[in-house]
Design a binder for this molecule. Structure first.
Ligand code: LMR
Length: 394
């Protein structure tokens, strides 16, 4: 029955993580998957999470079924985090990570809006393609980043968005663009949102790195700006990175609607899709975040821990780019210094990325996406020397 199934091609990001885990080289460095490591090279247990988990343990709650859409308290907290306020015009449901939110959003677009296409940035996170194509949508691109110059292709982006058919679905990254680390500034966001409004496009915002750019509120500029308009939109968000709850698979999908009644109907549609897919979400992760966000002191503790992560990444950007500059690199080290969030699109070629892996056990996602938090004081010189070596050899 199954002999016709051919070997699948490995996922470009997850397979790299597996290869890294199996690499016996003690000097190996993981700059691949979007994962935050602390200054000791460890994946942190956020203290605010630890305290919230202890409280949950003490409460000895039974593990009952949650509502299909997750808890109402959690949905409201997601709205406050993203929009700075709660709104009955927004239908928010808990999802299985940010990826689950994207898939749910894609299913909603396909089954309830009868759309068959989506436009994503060129380049974008590889799994955007897989998720949207897997949901039956044809994926197109709009220009975003020029790898040769390291610059945003803003005018080309606006031109393309302006030429899309009315109602076209456009995926946008509100902050910490994955994979380029190159974001729109407020003025550019306003210009994009003007086009969205004039052309009556449907924006689907994917925010997986809230808090890793400029701050929890600052990173939501585009969301808060679009909320001021009458534009309907979707937002997928994730708690994998900013609460370091990777394995809990915790995220949300929010859909802004024209009326409270429509929001209620949209929530019903999302519940239908969830129920026939995985029935209802897991509860442990959402209970952690609910507990954390319900207590102002814990929330403050978490925001401070997130700020430390953000600052540490910036320090690593500065150290690596300064080391490359001093070593006389041919690489445009200013990208590493200036780009935002966990990633830098370094300009390293596929060949150089492969050399780094083969010769130094340094893992980056091809072509040249580096996850900065894999760097620390102990390995930054090693990585700098390796990059200088492979860029000299090129
Ligand atoms: C990444 O881009 O590395 C992260 O979003 C993790 C993933 O699932 O790919």
């Amino acid at each position: 029955m199954f002999n016709h199934i051919k070997p699948s091609s490995p996922d470009p990001i997850m397979s790299l993580m597996e290869a890294y885990m199996q690499d016996p080289n003690p000097q190996k460095v993981n700059l691949g998957i979007g994962l935050y490591y602390d200054h000791q090279g460890k994946i942190p247990l956020v203290q605010a999470v630890h305290i919230a988990e202890q409280r949950l343990l003490e409460q000895q709650r039974p593990h009952s079924y949650p509502p299909i859409e997750g808890s109402a308290l959690f949905a409201g907290q997601i709205q406050t985090l993203l929009f700075g306020e709660q709104s009955a015009h927004i239908a928010t449901v808990q999802t299985v990570g940010g990826s689950g939110a994207l898939k749910l959003g894609a299913d909603f677009i396909y089954h309830f809006l009868s759309r068959r296409e989506i436009w994503v940035s060129d380049p974008t996170w590889a799994n955007h393609w897989a998720i949207f194509e897997g949901a039956g949508l044809k994926v197109h691109t709009y220009p975003y980043f020029d790898d040769a110059s390291g610059q945003l292709r803003f005018n080309a982006m606006i031109d393309t968005l302006s030429s899309l058919p009315e109602g076209a679905v456009v995926l946008l990254h509100p902050c910490c663009h994955n994979p380029t680390g190159t974001d729109l500034n407020p003025e550019q966001w306003r210009a994009v949102l003007d086009v969205v409004q004039q052309r009556r496009l449907l924006p689907f915002f994917d925010i997986a790195y809230q808090g890793f750019g400029d701050g929890l509120d600052e990173d939501c500029f585009a969301l808060r700006e679009v909320l001021k308009s009458d534009v309907d939109f979707l937002v997928s968000n994730s708690f994998s990175k900013n609460v370091a709850l990777y394995g809990q698979r915790l995220g949300g999908l929010s859909v802004r609607c024209g009326s409270v009644e429509t929001a209620s109907n949209v929530k019903g549609a999302l519940k239908t899709l969830i129920r026939r897919s995985y029935s209802c979400p897991p509860t442990h992760g959402s209970q952690i975040v609910e507990t954390l966000l319900a207590d102002p002191q814990l929330q403050q503790l978490w925001a401070g821990e997130l700020a430390t992560m953000r600052q540490r990444i910036k320090q690593m950007r500065a150290s690596l780019s300064a080391g490359l500059e001093q070593g006389g690199t041919t690489l445009d080290y200013t990208r590493i210094r200036d780009q935002k969030g966990m990633f830098s699109y370094t300009g390293l070629t596929e060949h150089q990325v492969s050399q780094l892996r083969q010769q130094y056990s340094i893992y980056l996602v091809a072509p040249g996406r580096m996850c900065l938090p894999g760097l620390n004081q102990q390995n930054v010189d090693y990585v700098t020397a390796a990059i200088l070596d492979v860029t000299r050899a090129a």
